[in-house]
Design a binder for this molecule. Structure first.
Ligand SMILES: [Zn+2]
Length: 259
């Protein structure tokens, strides 16, 4: 169910406790020479719609297109919000939904650069709306990391940005938008054994990496390993993991509000 296609009376009929409202987040930024700027938002939205459909009793909000993409600004077409702007926008969206009585709001992020912001939001909004609503935030490819790890063919570094994973995913949902003949492979050198650019890498260190320093084409990883069939396998895996989480989240307790 798409929130923006409902009428106000239809929203009013939704079960405020059982319904999980899903807010997809992504970015508008360069995705190499072969992938569209809107990749992250398109993928987060598509995965959210498929998962909501599987889980039932979940409604997907229209995603705001933009995210935090400062590290992509050396490449034409990238648009970044300030982290404060992104936070303020999500605070207002979630605040509106809580005002209407909704009690389970899930942020489904599809862009690594938004990670710090959604971590802060999960804590600050969770505190602000304590007793009224539960707020959860996740990055969908991290939720499904085990499944993705079994499906991938690339070495570490082969999945980072406009890579084996993202290219295959867009080849599955919007094949006409992938210009695979223009794709370039880059295994970037992050400059320290403590750092990684891999989507599933998980470094303990937080630092700023300008993507122009990591890759001349903006691609981190190996898009040559992508196929639409692999994209379908990735997509079904991540949507399945997200549907399972939505089902679990629906059962989370909501503490009584302090008097
Ligand atoms: Zn991306």
């Amino acid at each position: 169910m798409r929130f923006e296609e409902l009428t106000s009376p239809e929203v009013d009929l939704l079960d405020r406790d059982a319904t999980v409202l899903v807010l997809p987040l992504g970015s508008v930024e360069q995705h190499g020479r072969h992938m569209p700027l809107g990749t992250d938002t398109m993928l987060a939205h598509a995965v959210s719609l498929a998962a909501a459909d599987q889980a039932g009793d979940a409604v997907v909000l229209p995603p705001p297109w933009y995210g935090f993409s400062a590290h992509h600004m050396r490449f034409a077409g990238s648009v970044t919000l300030r982290a404060e702007t992104l936070m303020a926008m999500i605070e207002d969206i979630v605040g509106s939904l809580v005002q209407h009585g909704f009690r389970r709001i899930l942020i489904v992020n599809g862009h690594g650069g938004n990670g710090g912001v959604i971590d802060v939001l999960a804590s600050t909004l969770g505190h602000r709306h304590y007793g009224r609503a539960r707020i959860a935030a996740l990055t969908y490819f991290q939720l499904a990391r085990a499944a993705i790890a079994t499906l991938r063919q690339s070495e570490p570094g082969g999945m980072g940005h406009a890579c084996e994973f993202e290219t295959a995913m867009v080849q599955h949902i919007r094949p006409e938008l992938v210009k695979i003949e223009r794709a370039a492979t880059t295994y970037p050198d992050p400059g320290s054994r403590y750092l990684t650019t891999d989507l599933l890498g998980g470094s303990a260190i937080r630092t700023y990496h300008d993507f122009g320093d990591l890759s001349p084409t903006g691609t981190l990883g190996d898009p040559s390993l992508a196929t639409p069939e692999k994209g379908k396998a990735f997509f079904d895996a991540v949507a399945g993991e997200l549907a399972a989480f939505i089902g679990d989240f629906r059962g989370w307790s909501i503490p009584e509000q302090a008097p």
